[in-house]
Design a protein around this ligand. Structure first.
Ligand SMILES: Nc1ncnc2c1ncn2[C@@H]1O[C@H](COP(=O)(O)OP(=O)(O)OP(=O)(O)O)[C@@H](O)[C@H]1O
Length: 284
């Protein structure tokens, strides 16, 4: 079955006074797809989310979410869209639990899902705490749970796991993959290469408001794998980094035949290295 396009962006640009934040962005996202926007600070990631969620008008170009042009996006779309940005306010004077049940009622979501999500994001034990008393990471997890409450068709996440510890990040990743399975399209921004490589079907590398590459993490690392090399560890604990040549293949065959080989890896560049190669800039 053909997957529905849920985000479509054509020639999108954004200027703030004289400064151009986004230049001619073009991309689309289908249901069940996770796309990651990767770029250094100031490259335009948050601006893209703000335009796509109707919080900021574009200067030129077209964009639509669930078929609705961004200029026409209003509260109604939030029944089908989840958003997590650093300005996604919580009700500070309500408990963790009430923060979710208020929305659950509005969105016609059963209480069981509130419990399920609180357990998943590791906040079940803290459900009676006031939101104002939570740590930054706890607040972030609560905002994430709230955005996932109604199993949105599209989920926008600005740096979803920044500042979270590995266990909580992993739990969030699991939740995102579960939503993907039921068809949610996820647009996330991140500085975290491992996160992008693990979660994203596609990553768009953003530099100075331009998408310079847009492909699967695997395809990108293979495309930029110019100096093909193998890393070999022998049983005598000697490590070799060898070029991709006929001689290397003969050597490896010999080690295998004499049972001397312990591990072998090909050395594709990381997404971080790809980014550096494409833009000449570090990601952070
Ligand atoms: N409200 C605004 N007024 C003026 N300039 C802005 C405004 N919002 C963003 N910009 C500029 O637009 C550019 C892109 O900013 P944006 O916040 O989208 O970057 P980002 O990639 O999300 O960065 P970070 O990773 O630090 O969050 C920056 O140069 C920023 O200074």
């Amino acid at each position: 079955m053909k997957k529905r396009k849920v985000i479509n962006v054509e020639h999108l640009s954004k200027k703030f006074h004289k400064e151009t934040a986004l230049k001619d962005l073009n991309f689309s996202v289908h249901e069940g797809e996770i796309i990651g926007f990767l770029g250094p600070s100031g490259s335009g990631k948050t601006t893209t989310i703000k335009i796509l969620t109707g919080q900021l008008p574009q200067t030129s170009g077209k964009a639509s979410v669930l078929g609705k042009p961004t200029e026409q996006i209003d509260e109604e779309i939030y029944e089908q869209v989840g958003i997590v940005t650093d300005n996604s306010g919580l009700y500070e004077r309500l408990t963790v639990y009430r923060n979710l049940t208020v929305f659950a009622k509005l969105l016609d979501v059963e209480k069981q899902r509130v419990d399920f999500l609180l357990k998943k994001v590791g906040l079940y034990e803290d459900k009676d705490k006031l939101a104002s008393k939570l740590s930054k990471g706890m607040k972030q997890r609560l905002i994430l749970a709230r955005a996932m409450l109604h199993e949105p068709k599209v989920l926008f996440l600005d740096e979803p796991t920044s500042g979270l510890d590995p266990v909580n990040s992993e739990a969030i990743h699991d939740l995102l993959l579960e939503l993907k399975k039921i068809g949610t399209a996820i647009f996330l921004t991140t500085h975290n290469m491992e996160e992008a490589a693990k979660l994203c079907d596609r990553v768009a590398l953003l530099n100075d408001g331009l998408i310079v590459e847009n492909d699967s993490p695997k395809a990108l690392t293979l495309k930029f794998n110019k100096n093909k090399q193998y890393q070999v560890l022998l049983k005598n604990e000697i490590e070799h980094t060898l070029p991709h040549t006929k001689e290397t293949i003969e050597k490896i065959s010999k080690w295998m035949a004499s049972d001397e080989l312990l591990t072998i890896h090909s050395c594709e560049p990381t997404l971080e290295k790809v980014f550096l190669e494409v833009t000449g800039r570090e990601l952070v």
